[in-house]
Design a protein around this ligand. Structure first.
Ligand SMILES: Cc1ncc(COP(=O)(O)O)c(C=O)c1O
Length: 380
């Protein structure tokens, strides 16, 4: 239970505009997917990501599942992804029959280790999924070069990455497809929601059909055909207009929110850097050319014992800190894929040592100072 003075891990404040948008969506009466707020949110996202098309989905998980159908993943195909991620990154492709091949991550960025990805490629590799962990960019230049040479697709898992950039290009614009999450825990959120960005124009036509439960309803709505019917496999991926209204109310202010998060992130870094240097604690590293999406602020303790003790110490000080993920290869499902814990040592080490500190756009300097004071008062 959180006390009244507890600093939460994340917090969200809804504006009056959010209430206004939701009430007007209710009054207009279209609650299913595809109304004016959906259109407005998609336009914003398309412009940001520079995508050909964006679909609002019921979750980031659904966006990844749609990507797997769209790229015709089937039995025996191989999909390479980092072990240090959320299970949805793997499930989406396993559900289509793919063999999931887990790669280790880089110790600095906590994103895919591209050298290891290269060593895992086989003639059956169809897709590589970089996860831009915490809003930091994966090495997309090396991965894109590899993809062009070998011929696999890139599906970016941008669950943490909306608003981040690399070399002036938005994260989510490098792969053929990119999946975003608007879950409660994310910087931009409507409770449960996601988006799939289509960057390869050849995929647009089929993406419309898969999104519309396997039918050509979209061409019908545009007046291109006089009725719609079953064309292909597909599913029900669309986000309710009510939740789209919640997203649309936040999008015009999202850039400002990222700037605020960036200021808080730098403040955390400056306050904790001297302490971290003294105790062999690692703080996030920004790769060259990356403007992060500032989704989380994390630190890596020297070992599990100190990680667990610091978490208890913060709890005693009324601060909600947390750790995630448990690397997939260490989890019960991952173990069925025949990995040994030390096969992917960086993912294992990060699982054992990471702490996420409270981080949200409305966090005050006083709250941030309380957190950093509690962290630096930890007795080694
Ligand atoms: C890296 C990553 N991918 C995918 C997802 C799934 O997103 P959602 O919760 O919107 O289904 C998450 C959720 O936290 C995530 O962290």
């Amino acid at each position: 239970m959180m006390g009244p003075d507890t600093i939460p891990l994340s917090k969200r404040e809804m504006s009056e505009q959010a209430e206004h948008f939701i009430v007007s969506a209710l009054r207009e009466g279209q609650l299913c997917a595809g109304g004016p707020y959906t259109e407005r949110a998609c336009r914003y996202l398309c412009e940001w990501i520079k995508a050909h098309e964006v679909f609002l989905t019921t979750s980031g998980t659904a966006a990844l599942e749609m990507a797997a159908i769209l790229l015709h993943i089937q039995d025996g195909d191989e999909v390479i992804l980092p072990s240090f991620t959320f299970p949805s990154t793997a499930n989406a492709f396993m559900l289509r029959g793919a063999k999931v091949v887990l790669s280790d991550i880089c110790p600095q960025s906590l994103c895919l280790n591209i050298q290891m990805v290269e060593s895992l490629l086989t003639p059956r590799t169809r897709i590589v999924v970089p996860v831009h962990y915490g809003g930091m960019s994966c090495d997309m230049e090396s991965l894109s070069r590899l993809a062009h040479g070998v011929g696999f697709h890139i599906v970016e898992d941008c669950a943490h990455a909306l608003g981040g950039q690399l070399g002036g290009k938005p994260l989510g614009s490098f792969g053929a497809l990119a999946a975003f999450s608007f879950h409660q825990t994310k910087a931009l959120s409507c409770g449960e929601g996601g988006a799939l960005a289509i960057n390869d124009s050849k995929l647009i036509r089929r993406s419309e059909i898969i999104f519309e439960k396997g039918t050509n309803r979209r061409p019908y709505l545009r007046g291109e055909v006089c009725s719609y019917n079953w064309q292909d496999i597909g599913s029900s991926f669309g986000l309710s207009e009510l939740l789209a209204a919640l997203l649309a109310s936040q999008l015009p202010h999202f850039e400002q929110q990222i700037e605020k998060r960036g200021r808080l992130w730098r403040s955390y870094f400056e306050r904790l850097d001297p302490w971290a240097g003294k105790h062999a604690v690692r703080l996030p590293h920004t790769p060259e050319g990356c403007v992060p999406a500032y989704e989380t602020f994390w630190l890596l303790m020297p070992d599990r014992k100190h990680r667990d003790s610091l978490l208890s110490h913060l709890k005693q000080h009324g601060i909600s800190a947390a750790f995630h993920y448990i690397a997939l290869h260490l989890s019960p499902m991952g173990q069925t894929l025949d990995y040994q814990p030390d096969d992917l040592p960086v993912s294992k080490h990060v699982t054992e040592t990471i702490i996420r500190l409270p981080f949200y756009a409305s966090m005050s300097e006083a709250e941030l100072e309380r957190v950093t004071r509690a962290v630096t008062s930890y007795r080694w």
